[in-house]
Design a protein around this ligand. Structure first.
Ligand code: AMP
Length: 374
C-alpha cells in the first residue's frame, strides 16, 4: 500500500468563509478532506468542503465537527472560548485557542505586545467618557478610539480630532470598553505572515506592504520594497516571540505601522490575527508554499514548505461589486479568486494576484490592471 501524502485525512475548520475555502483547496492535492462548521448553509467554503450547518457555540454541532475530524482549526478570531474547549475534549485544535482571547481584545493584545517587548503606539484603556477625556488630555489629538472587542476592518472605531467630542465619540463606538490610540504618523503599513510547525520550526514570509482605505485592505505588495535589515529583523523577532509565547501551531499575521524611512525606519505593532490573513493571499501564486498550505501542514503535524517568494507580487481585493463582464478575461496574467459571495458595499468578494519578475514589471502590470478593471 502506498504511504499517505499527509498524516491526516480529515481536517475540521470552524468558519466556512473564503479563508476556509482557500485552506481546504490548498490541501486537496494532498488528498485531505475538510469539513467546515458555519451557520450559513450557502457559505463560500461549502462548494469545496462538507459542511455542518450550525452556530459556533452549538455544542452538538461542535462535537459533530470534532467527531469527523482528526484535527480542528479555525479561520476567524471570534471563535467562542467555549467552542475551543468542546473541540479540545475530543480532538486536537490548532492554533492554541489561548491566542484567540488576545486577538479578541485590543487591550489584552497590547498588553501581550508590551510583555514581549514589542513596540506599540501610545495608548490608554478606556471604560467611560471620563477616562476618555483624561486619556485625550494625556495623548492629545488626533487619536483613534477603538472598541476593545469585535472590531475589524475599521469597524468599531472613530477618529477624534477634537477633545471636546469625547462623549460623542464614545457613543459612536457603542459606549463599550475601548482603547484610545495616539494617532501614528506612519510612513506605511506592513505585515508579516509566519507559520510555526508542531516541532517549533518557523517559516516567515517576507514583509508585505499594505494599503487600506476606509479601514479595509485594498492592495498588498510583496516583498515590501526598501525594507532595511532592521525592519526585517524587528518583524521576524515579533512574529517569533508571539508564536513561541503561545506554543502556536499554524499561520499567524502581525500588522505594523512603519515610522520614519530609510535606515531610521522602525516598526510599531498594531494587531495580530491568529489565522491565515488577507495580507498573505499573494502567497498562493507568489510564494513557494502558500500561507494556507503551510497552515494546514502545521496543524496536520507535517514539515513546513518554503516561504520564499518566487518574484514580485501584488494582491488586489475585489470589494463591493463584481468587475465589469469581460474585464478579468482581458487580463490573462491575473490570478483570479472569486469567493462566491453576493456583492455588497464594503464586502470582500474576491481577490486577484499579479506576479512579475521585477518591481518595475509588477508596477506596469498593476497599472494596466487598474485601468482594465476601472
Ligand atoms: P485596525 O482596526 O486597528 O487595523 O485599524 C484600521 C486602520 O486604521 C489601520 O489599517 C490604519 O490605517 C488605521 N489606524 C489604526 N490605528 C491607527 C493609529 N494608532 N494611528 C494611525 N492610524 C491608525
Amino acid at each position: 500500500m502506498s504511504q499517505p501524502l499527509a498524516p491526516v485525512e480529515r481536517v475540521g475548520i470552524i468558519g466556512g468563509g473564503q479563508l476556509a475555502q482557500m485552506l481546504a483547496l490548498s490541501v486537496q492535492p494532498l488528498g485531505v478532506r475538510c469539513t467546515v462548521l458555519d451557520p450559513n448553509d450557502s457559505c463560500c467554503a461549502n462548494n469545496v468542503c462538507e459542511q455542518i450547518v450550525g452556530e459556533y457555540d452549538d455544542p452538538d454541532a461542535l462535537r459533530r465537527l470534532a467527531d469527523c475530524s482528526e484535527v480542528v482549526t479555525y479561520e476567524f478570531e471570534n471563535v467562542p472560548a467555549t467552542a475551543a474547549e468542546i473541540i479540545r475534549a475530543i480532538c486536537p485544535i490548532h492554533p492554541n485557542p489561548d491566542a484567540l482571547g488576545y486577538a479578541q481584545d485590543r487591550h489584552l493584545e497590547r498588553g501581550m505586545f508590551s510583555e514581549l517587548g514589542i513596540a506599540i503606539p501610545n495608548y490608554r484603556a478606556i471604560d467611560d467618557v471620563e477616562s476618555l477625556q483624561s486619556a485625550l488630555s494625556e495623548l492629545g489629538t488626533p487619536a483613534i478610539l477603538k472598541a476593545r472587542t469585535l472590531g475589524y476592518d475599521g469597524k468599531g472605531q472613530v477618529l477624534i480630532n477634537d477633545a471636546g467630542n469625547a462623549a460623542e465619540a464614545f457613543e459612536t463606538i457603542g459606549s463599550v470598553p475601548a482603547i484610545l490610540d495616539q494617532f501614528v504618523e506612519f510612513a506605511r503599513e506592513l505585515s508579516i505572515v509566519a507559520t510555526r510547525s508542531v516541532v517549533g520550526d518557523i517559516a516567515c514570509y517576507p514583509l508585505t506592504e499594505n494599503v487600506h482605505r476606509g479601514g479595509i485592505l485594498r492592495v498588498s505588495k510583496a516583498p515590501a520594497r526598501k525594507v532595511s535589515d532592521r525592519l526585517t529583523e524587528q518583524a521576524h523577532h515579533a512574529a517569533r516571540q508571539i508564536l513561541e509565547r503561545f506554543d502556536y501551531v499554524g499561520t499567524l499575521a502581525v500588522e505594523f505601522f512603519q515610522i520614519g524611512s530609510g535606515d531610521d525606519a522602525t516598526l510599531v505593532a498594531n494587531e495580530i490575527a491568529p489565522r491565515v490573513h488577507n495580507t498573505g493571499h499573494w502567497t498562493i501564486e507568489g510564494a513557494q508554499t502558500s500561507q494556507f498550505e503551510n497552515h494546514m501542514r502545521a496543524v496536520m503535524g507535517m514539515k513546513l514548505g518554503s516561504a520564499e517568494p518566487i518574484g514580485c507580487s501584488a494582491m488586489v481585493n475585489i470589494i463591493g461589486d463584481e468587475p465589469r463582464p469581460g474585464a478579468l478575461e482581458s487580463m490573462p496574467e491575473a490570478y483570479v479568486h472569486m469567493y462566491g459571495k453576493a456583492p455588497r458595499a464594503g464586502r470582500k468578494i474576491g481577490h486577484v494576484t499579479l506576479n512579475a519578475p521585477s518591481e518595475g514589471e509588477l508596477d506596469a502590470l498593476l497599472e494596466r490592471f487598474t485601468r482594465v478593471i476601472g
